[in-house]
Write a protein that binds this ligand. Structure first.
Ligand code: FAD
Length: 420
């Protein structure tokens, strides 16, 4: 039998997180031999937003934009991204409301919204890295930890040994399962219904988070080359029991239900694109690192999408991991457990906070219990009335100033989680 090929770092999974990780690793560790393994071939190159009303999108925090800029990728994305100039958070039928925008005079963006196709297209440009070998389509079938290395059996019958295995194979991570790493799952009994919508009035860079008794909804401004600024990505949380009905609504029924729930902040809803839906569960891996192994992205934490934090958090994880690997003492193995534990410790607080915010947001804002209704309205009002608290909270959402999330919001989030 042929000897297995040997690399320093193998990244399994070429989704948003695996691809970003490969970029950061290649730049920071030019001496390392890196392999990215993805089971699917690359998708089609994106079409302009105007001709692709069905494209899915991601809200990027400014911290994430900074990282994409550092990777030299932002210049390919920025023309097709819509800036978020303000965020309005409100609770349907109640007084609590908070809005936020940054800077006086000319407004600085709080983040950007970009279609996943545009992001992936930019991230797929890896030809400039001599130390990267991109293997796709190729699946990893089996993972076998050995002394100081991990051995992977591949779908083409070959095998690969790596000093560090980065597992980024998504929320249903098969590799996590094969390694016997448990995960806790909170089923929200909700689905996110996702579609692009067009409306009468320009969005003017406003993003909306609206909370209803059935769950939160978000409306994120989209770039449109025609410059009308009247399209947005809708993420609408629906209880499982109502999903089938919601998908069966005609376009007119969907638009009129949406109008009722969202209100008139962008005028009349005129059009809705293809409706997709995702089951909503928070999945947290019980371990993030082992000798020669690290889990990233949805494989380690899959969050409720309403706060738009999953990919943003994963990028901060990747940045931290790559920083620790780049600082390693000469002679140490990339998969050394001390290094990987150092990474996990450094990122722990950010991960806990972000997971709690995403989970707490959904728990307290989906509840019809009177005491939670009161708490969330007080929470929104206190954010509105305390400028420093508000600054800290939004700084976290934007991926900047991670330690500044205001204690009052965290108390409310915890209270919502405990009271659910
Ligand atoms: C509706 C919705 C809206 C969202 N909006 C936002 C947002 O606005 N902002 C934000 O930050 N986050 C958002 N998120 C979260 C974000 O989409 C995820 O955090 C991110 O996509 C996770 O990427 P990933 O690479 O970890 O996983 P995946 O995208 O699942 O990628 C895993 C990859 O691994 C490959 N793979 C799996 N098994 C193998 C194998 N054995 N061998 C080889 N390859 C394999 C798969 O083919 C896949 O390409 C949203 C999520 C949802 C559902």
């Amino acid at each position: 039998m042929a000897e297995p090929t040997r690399v320093d770092i193998a990244v399994v999974g070429g989704g948003l997180v695996g691809l970003s990780c490969a970029h950061m690793l290649c730049r920071a560790l030019p001496e390392a031999r890196i392999r990215l393994i993805e089971q699917h071939p690359p998708g089609p190159v994106s079409t302009p937003a105007s001709s692709n009303f069905d494209a899915r999108s991601t809200a990027l925090s400014m911290g994430s934009v900074d990282m994409l800029q550092a990777l030299g990728l932002w210049s390919q994305i920025c023309d097709r991204a819509a800036p978020i100039l303000s965020v309005q958070v409100s609770d349907r039928g109640h007084i609590g409301r908070v809005s936020y925008s940054e800077g006086a005079g000319e407004r600085q963006p709080l983040g950007f919204v970009v279609t996943n196709a545009v992001l992936v297209e930019a991230l797929n440009q890896t030809s400039g890295y001599p130390n990267l070998n991109l293997a796709r389509p190729l699946g990893v079938e089996k993972v076998l930890p050995r002394q100081q290395v991990v051995q992977l059996s591949l779908s083409n019958g070959g095998s690969l040994q790596t000093s560090l295995l980065v597992i980024a194979d998504g929320a249903n991570s098969q590799l996590r399962r094969q390694l016997g790493i448990g995960a806790t799952a909170d089923d929200y009994h909700q689905h996110a219904v996702v579609a692009n919508v067009a409306f009468e009035q320009p969005h003017q860079g406003r993003a909306f988070e609206r909370f209803t008794a059935e769950g939160p909804m978000a409306l994120l401004p989209l770039a449109d080359p025609a410059g009308e600024g009247n399209t947005a990505a809708l993420i609408w949380t629906r209880p499982d029991r109502e999903l089938a009905a919601c998908l069966a609504w005609s376009e007119q029924q969907f638009l009129s239900q949406l109008q009722q729930v969202f209100g008139s902040a962008v005028g009349r809803f005129k059009r809705v694109g293809k409706r997709d839906h995702y089951p909503l569960r928070r999945v947290l891996s019980e371990e993030q690192v082992r000798s020669n192994i690290v889990l990233l992205g949805n494989a380690v934490h899959s969050l409720h999408p309403v706060a738009g934090q999953g990919f943003n958090l994963a990028l901060r994880d990747v940045q931290q991991l790559v920083g620790v690997l780049a600082e390693k003492a000469p002679g140490l193995n990339y998969g050394d457990l001390v290094l990987l534990q150092e990474y996990a410790e450094r990122q722990q607080a950010d991960q806990n906070r972000t997971s709690l915010i995403s989970h707490g947001f959904n728990s307290i804002f989906s509840s019809e219990k009177k005491n939670l209704q009161l708490i969330r309205n007080l929470g929104l009002l206190s954010l509105e009335l305390l400028p420093f608290a508000k600054q800290g909270f939004f700084a976290h959402m934007m991926g900047r100033g991670q330690s500044q999330v205001q204690p009052e919001f965290m108390r409310i989030a915890r209270c919502g989680v405990q009271g659910e």
